[in-house]
Design a protein around this ligand. Sequence first.
Ligand code: ATR
Length: 280
Amino acid sequence: MSAEPKLAAVIGWPVHHSVSPVMHSFWLKQHGLKGAYVALPIAPENFARCVEDLPLMGFAGANVTVPHKEAAFALARVLDEDAKATGAVNTLVFEDGGIRGLNTDVRGFASSLSETFGSEVVRSGPATVLGAGGAARAIVHALIRAGAPEIRLVNRTKSRADTLASQAQDGRVKVLPWNEWAAVSRDTSLLVNTTSLGMKGKPSLELSLDSLAREAIVADIVYNPLETELLANAKRRGHRTMDGLGMLMHQAVPAFAAWFAVTPRVTPALRAELERCLSG
Ligand code: ATR
């Protein structure tokens, strides 16, 4: 490893809400590495130009968040399998030959789920995914990979779900209209909210869980607030739940490893640090 301090960043527009700098700084300190991780607000029209200059300034790579994940996909010279499958890149690695683009959201969700409930949980029954945006693409791919027997996509705009399902090229992915949720909830064993509803500053997700079996797991990829109304409601009804912080922490592991050549761990101490930051 070079003795020169390495830099990494999260690029978004806006990006001030990101807790990634806290997370990566925690790991840099924990591993005694020289370097820094900063948040860079970059407008869409400047994205490609700015990213191309980052290696010249000592950046080893960057995370990319809303609204840049498709632009990052287009910019990368080499893509990993999950980036190809989802059409989105959330991690850029600057290499001598050009930019490598990864999608670590897929692994992030899969690791969070298996760490929380075991690796077999996805196989136990149909999963229902709410939403059909970029986050949903990563979740659907993770569920396919983990062996979900059926994946139902429910989205406000059905045509977006149709597009996602056809891109997934897997017969297990089915699209259902939002008003059929009550019917499909009966035998859903895993419900995942990938919409932005429930996020701080957004409307809450109005979803009845009345027909959901008590054994079903309810997951939300929103992590601010940590306990969304969906999760609070699910807990009250006795469901096992998973918040979005696990996915956030696990998607960061391969990124940090690619830039700083050390594989960090997701620990209770890291979670506590992020919870402090989110509650502050
Ligand atoms: P991301 O990349 O974070 O997934 P996105 O591509 O904008 O962001 O997708 C946001 C998701 O939240 C979409 O599924 C969106 O539904 P539409 O495809 O119908 O837009 C969903 N969403 C956002 N606001 C919503 C609302 N008020 N009601 C229902 N769904 C909503």
